[in-house]
Write a protein that binds this ligand. Structure first.
Ligand code: BES
Ligand code: MN
Ligand code: MN
Length: 457
């Protein structure tokens, strides 16, 4: 490993300059305008992994964005790791809040700033550079590797799921390794074993068929914005519980042991509130913040619009009002069932004064991964070697829906080995990845590949 670690140390500048190139493609998956950028980014990744010595490199077109695949299978008798990452990113808007351009990677104060820096281009690149360290030094890897890099994670991985079904054999592996989550805190590495799921809905209300003069008509019809806010505010009770009938039916109760383990983690509500500039935290009564973040379902209004929002004043009684509502789910809630319960409930509480339509935009299943597998034991040791510190076990509030599909379709468990930090502004302006964690991640992943055969004999 000496040579490998030396190589990682000596090539930091080179790694960063390549990461800058990867970052420079505005691979925003949710917009048709960026289709060519998605294709150029996939092509660059394909070429890059060919350069690393990966074999059978293919760029699979899909009805959406391309999937990049590559493999190196010459470690006879050794385990096979399927490495998953996503090269698509969230939109960079609002651009005026960025201190440096989102698609020009910029180093400031030991951090690398760019859209995708931590979610997930920077993290998937950690794996490529770790592979490179072995290939450049030994022209060989300690394990067999299959790489799958998708371009639709941020929009629900719609075409990856059928791809898994069609390519079961190609993707056969002993474990899936994913770096797309965060460490517990700065200087506190962790292995993640749980993700929340998601159900994403839209509500559209229509009152009068056109906008009305609020003087001539105000007082005669129900303003759809008012109706919508009445609906939305009724979705939580005074204890912060969600009021949709049946919503909690399938929620897996936190065990005593898990609650005790969460309580042992180095966490402060006060510090957390301060970081977020809020005077007080808020959430479901009867649960701690970490329980609410990781193991309890939530319902959030992501956006709400309607009527006049321009400059100055315009007196209008609007015809329409809409909202985007997402629900984070926990095991064993099912996104389809929750979407149906949501739709039924919204329809039942909508007053006759307005017309409602409810749409299910997308969903994803929550996941719990095993904590006593050879893969996780390897990850624990690798983190200890890579960061010089014993890692913690944690869950996450975010979602990576494909994790459940890897299990269901391929029968393969995932190891969630994340190198982000919770405050790296993923999905927001000024996204970054901390460089110590980026290089620590490359070292850790190298140790992971190197140690895995010892744990999987
Ligand atoms: N990398 C995140 C998932 C994540 C977020 C893990 C926070 C841990 C902490 C991923 O790219 C993501 O953003 N997922 C989406 C879900 C998707 C279906 C749109 C999410 O969680 O909103
Ligand atoms: Mn991600
Ligand atoms: Mn994301």
């Amino acid at each position: 490993m000496e040579k490998i670690l030396q190589y990682i140390k000596e090539n930091q500048e080179q790694f960063l300059s390549e990461l800058k190139t990867l970052i420079s493609f505005p691979s925003v998956s949710n917009s048709k305008d960026h289709q060519p950028d998605m294709e150029r980014c996939a092509k660059w990744l394909g070429d890059h992994i060919i350069g690393l010595g990966m074999k059978n490199v293919q760029i699979f077109p899909t009805a959406g964005h391309p999937i990049v695949y590559g493999e190196w299978l010459e470690a006879a008798g050794k385990p096979t790791v399927l490495i998953y990452g996503h090269y698509d990113v969230q939109p960079a808007e609002p651009l005026d809040l960025w201190k440096s351009p989102p698609f020009e990677g910029t180093v400031r104060d030991g951090n690398f700033y760019a859209r995708g820096a931590t979610d997930d281009k920077g993290q998937l690149f950690i794996h490529l550079k770790s592979i490179e360290a072995f290939m450049k030094n030994y022209n060989s890897l300690p394990v067999n590797i299959k790489l799958i890099l998708e371009g639709e994670e941020e929009i629900g991985s719609e075409h990856l799921e059928p791809f898994l079904r069609e390519h079961k054999n190609l993707l056969k592996a002993d474990l899936v390794l994913i770096s797309d989550t965060s460490m517990f805190a700065r200087g506190v590495p962790s292995v993640c074993y749980g993700l929340r799921g998601l159900s994403y809905m839209q509500i559209d209300l229509i009152g009068p068929e056109k906008d009305l003069h609020s003087g001539s008509y105000g007082g005669s019809v129900h303003n759809p914005i008012q109706a919508l806010t009445e609906i939305i505010s009724s979705l939580h009770d005074k204890n912060g519980r969600i009021t949709i009938p049946g919503f909690y039916d399938d929620v897996l109760k936190l065990s005593k042991e898990e609650r005790a383990a969460f309580k042992k983690l180095p966490w402060s509500d006060k510090k957390f509130a301060k970081e977020l500039s809020v005077k007080e935290l808020y959430g479901e009564k009867g649960f701690t913040t970490l329980e609410r973040l990781w193991a309890r379902p939530t319902l959030e209004c992501n956006g709400i619009w309607g009527g006049f929002t321009g400059e100055g004043a315009k007196t209008v009684l609007p015809s329409k009002a809409s909202a985007k509502i997402s629900m984070r789910l926990v095991p064993n809630q099912k996104p389809d069932k929750i979407a149906k319960l949501f739709e039924k409930h919204i329809k039942s509480i909508t007053p006759k004064t307005v017309n409602v339509s409810v749409r299910n935009l997308h969903g994803g299943e929550p996941a719990i991964t095993p904590v006593d597998s050879p893969g996780v034991r390897t990850a624990i040791l690798a983190l200890e070697k890579g960061f010089g510190k014993k890692p913690l076990y944690q869950r996450e509030g975010g979602s990576i829906p494909i994790v459940v599909q890897f299990k269901k379709i391929l029968g393969t468990d995932s190891v969630l080995l994340g190198f982000g930090l919770p405050d790296e502004n993923a999905h927001a302006p000024n996204e970054f990845i901390n460089l110590d964690n980026f290089f620590g991640g490359i070292r850790t992943v190298a140790h992971f590949y190197n140690e895995l055969p010892n744990f999987m004999k």
